[in-house]
Design a protein around this ligand. Structure first.
Ligand SMILES: [Mn+2]
Length: 430
């Protein structure tokens, strides 16, 4: 039995106060769904088995380029971060894995492994960082990393990624995610083709260092920190990269890394169809790469993405096994609360997508019945699946209402007393 940070008695008390209502709500929803030919328990089991990884950097308070307003009891290092991640997992049972960022989370791999396994946590994809300069590095990434004009800078960036793989091997990770800030701020600053060729060359060296059972995820982003062009700008570029590198290379889709109104669910479909969807960084956005909480702005878009994922799951799309991770910046909320609710929002989209009447939808599509086809999606989306999500948590040992249990436990105040405020600290919005 893994260690629990929130006292079991606190969770039990909070659950006892809600369990009878939940059972009634679950029964009523079960009856409604059975009229639609859906067995609620089967949906509940699939939701319980669905997980999304938490990024280590997500448990610290984020900021903007203007300012960062620290919260109380912020994690001081990776070991505090792992404890915060353990709280999220304990109460939601949706986040058993943590994704590390090197060098921010660099520590003795044996200690990392011990710290995580104490709470029954594992490690998701490793994330490299060549978009900022570490204190002790020889060459600066001010003008790029893997696509830099100077071979010595590119080599340094390659070696950093290989080191991430090495650390990942020791702690049981099976994937490396590469996102670079390389690009240009002015027309003419870089030659598009030459910088992309240099990037591909560097990535081939990283790919060559990948263990056989690993995956390499590349993440595209339209702009920022480079404001005119980025080397890995869009999903088309990302697809080219994955094709050029080989079978272990896949595209990672960060929901915030597109132009406003881009049809992300269609991009997801394309990548699935051609076997190159690696996984997701879930978040939400209104204007740009806002890194807002998943499902907080456009939950229907999140549902439409999951509609594609469930379609692929049901149709047994070849090599379909996407990684799910949250990637958000929490500037005005308690990061633990935001991450718990975001993990639940992702599960909600999955549960709703499982309710889509697939045979009915296909029939309407083939009959060119646009109205009924879109209504078929709406019927699933409008279903309040909260009782399913809460029941999945309860049956897995979590909290019916994770935020209520978290607040009742007084965790933040407790760690605030133990963790003196630090100035600065590693930020990071990827
Ligand atoms: Mn990301």
């Amino acid at each position: 039995m893994s260690e629990q940070i929130i006292a079991a008695a606190v969770v039990e008390k909070a659950n006892n106060a809600r369990e009878a209502d939940l059972k009634r709500d679950y029964e009523v929803l079960g009856e409604q769904l059975s009229r639609r030919g859906v067995a609620i328990d089967a949906i509940c089991d699939r939701v319980a088995a669905f997980h999304v990884a938490v990024p280590s950097w997500g448990v610290g308070t984020g900021g903007t380029r203007f300012a960062r307003f620290p919260g109380v009891g912020e994690p001081r290092d990776i070991f505090d971060k792992i404890e915060d991640c353990a709280v999220i997992q304990q109460l939601t049972r949706a986040t058993p894995n943590v994704s590390l960022h090197i060098p921010w989370d660099k520590a003795d791999p044996k200690r990392l492994k011990q710290a995580a396994s104490r709470f029954g946590l594992g490690f998701d994809a490793m994330n490299s960082n060549t978009f900022s300069d570490a204190a002790d590095q020889k060459h600066s990434y001010k003008f790029g990393s893997l696509s830099h004009a100077d071979k010595a800078v590119r080599q340094q960036a390659v070696e950093h990624n290989l080191e991430c793989i090495e650390i990942g091997r020791e702690i049981g990770s099976r994937a490396l995610t590469v996102w670079i800030g390389d690009g240009s701020n002015f027309p003419g600053q870089v030659n598009f083709a030459r910088s992309f060729e240099r990037y591909l060359d560097a990535m081939r060296s990283i790919y060559a260092g990948l263990p056989n059972d690993w995956k390499l995820f590349t993440e595209h982003k339209m702009y920022e920190p480079a404001f005119y062009s980025t080397v890995v700008q869009d999903w088309g570029t990302n697809y080219i990269i994955a094709r050029e590198l080989g079978d272990k290379a896949y595209c990672l889709v960060d929901l915030g890394h597109h132009a406003p109104n881009v049809n992300i669910e269609m991009i997801v479909s394309r990548l699935i169809q051609f076997g190159k969807l690696g996984g997701f960084h879930f978040n939400d956005s209104k204007y740009g790469d806002d890194d807002l909480d998943a499902g907080s702005i456009d939950p229907y878009r999140l549902f439409l993405v999951f509609n594609e994922l469930v379609d692929a799951e049901i149709n047994g799309a070849k090599g379909f096994d996407p990684a799910h991770m949250l990637d958000q910046s929490h500037n005005v909320t308690d990061p633990i609360e935001s991450l718990m609710l975001s993990a639940i929002e992702v599960q909600r989209a999955y549960a709703q997508a499982l309710l889509v009447d697939r045979a009915g939808l296909e029939g309407f599509q083939d009959a060119n019945d646009a109205l009924m086809a879109t209504q078929t999606l709406k019927v699933a989306y409008r279903t309040d699946v909260e009782p399913i999500l809460a029941m999945a948590r309860l049956q897995s040992g979590g909290a019916i209402d994770p935020v209520a249990a978290y607040r009742a436990a007084g965790y933040r105040a407790k760690v605030a007393a133990e963790r003196p405020a630090v100035t600065g600290g590693s930020g990071g919005i990827v």
